[in-house]
Design a protein around this ligand. Sequence first.
Ligand code: GLV
Ligand code: MN
Ligand code: MN
Length: 394
Amino acid sequence: MLAELDDVGVDRRRGGYSRHVFEPAELALREWFREQAARRGLDVETDRNGNLWAWWPGPGDNAVVTGSHLDSVPGGGAFDGPLGVVSAFAAVDRLRARGVVVARPVAVVAFAEEEGGRFGVPCLGSRLLTGSLDPDRARALRDADGVSLAEAVAADGLAPELLGRDDVALARIGTFVELHVEQGRGLIDRGAPVALGSTVIPHGRWRFSVQGQGNHAGATALRDRADPMVPAAAVVAAARRIAVTYPDARATVGRLVPRPGGTNVIAAAVDLWLDARVPDGSGTRDMVAEIAECARDSAAVEGCSVWLHEESYSDGVEFDPGLRRHMAGAVGDVPVLATGAGHDAAILAAHVPAGMLYVRNPTGISHAPEEFAEPADVNHGAEALAAVLERLTT
Ligand code: GLV
Ligand code: MN
Ligand code: MN
């Protein structure tokens, strides 16, 4: 089933896939979702926040919900997100083929903008649904072309004023299980095809906007410059230097945008985004505060100013231990993995019992075209998910 998506959103410039919410590739994937539901005779709906639901045998309370997301990071792999949605449909197929009669409804879900690739806030659809993102703030989010989320949802036929906590949708979720491609080497090292998730570490995104003075690269003496790229570079260097002082921390600057962006032009401004993740308590924000101090020091020396904005923050999450025991009962003695990656399941975990299954990724690479899962492991994952659904619904 995943192969049906091979041609959707191929990014010829960056490599891999770029599938951003409400853009043509992601809209094609939404259409694919609706077709999958129709092919199986499942009721399909789009909720107020742009999340897609397919129901078997029909919508209802205390549902066992499974799925993931269809969007990608820029230039991402084929598996992060779609594997969970495809496996959810495959698991429902397996239960139906076995003649399983479910005592609780099952829903396949595709959450909107999990990666935050277009509007910057990850898990946008699940945060809105659960009320953990202020809808006014969400409506005002803008993509790189200046289009607001309010405009994007309206263009897709949704009502921007209805974005926000959806008690009806939330009340129907009894349990949420997300299957996901593994994003590290955990399963390679353990020689197993499938694992259960235990925890997600705290993580967030911070935008640094550095203002300087645009000028001529040849005609401006070094002493006369206010070059915002210098404090921006200080952030990049400080991120690595400071992160190594926090146990098992991660700090990444994966996106840096100079304006106007010319080889022979001293930039007038640079925006850069820091993705920071520290396993322990308040460590993430503490680490960012240290990095920000380096940015301000460098900006002061260079005659620039720097403005810092926290675009998202998620506390650490431990998935529901009772659900994990049930899942282990269904899938047997498989490894249990903690992860540094964020997921919709971690957002939902604050509201309903949530759990995760990971499928081995033999490259150990994710958010890049090399992300992979062998067909036999994909099959293993779908079977494990079917076993979990069967246990939870019968
Ligand atoms: C999502 O994949 C994230 O952890 O950034
Ligand atoms: Mn991802
Ligand atoms: Mn994902």
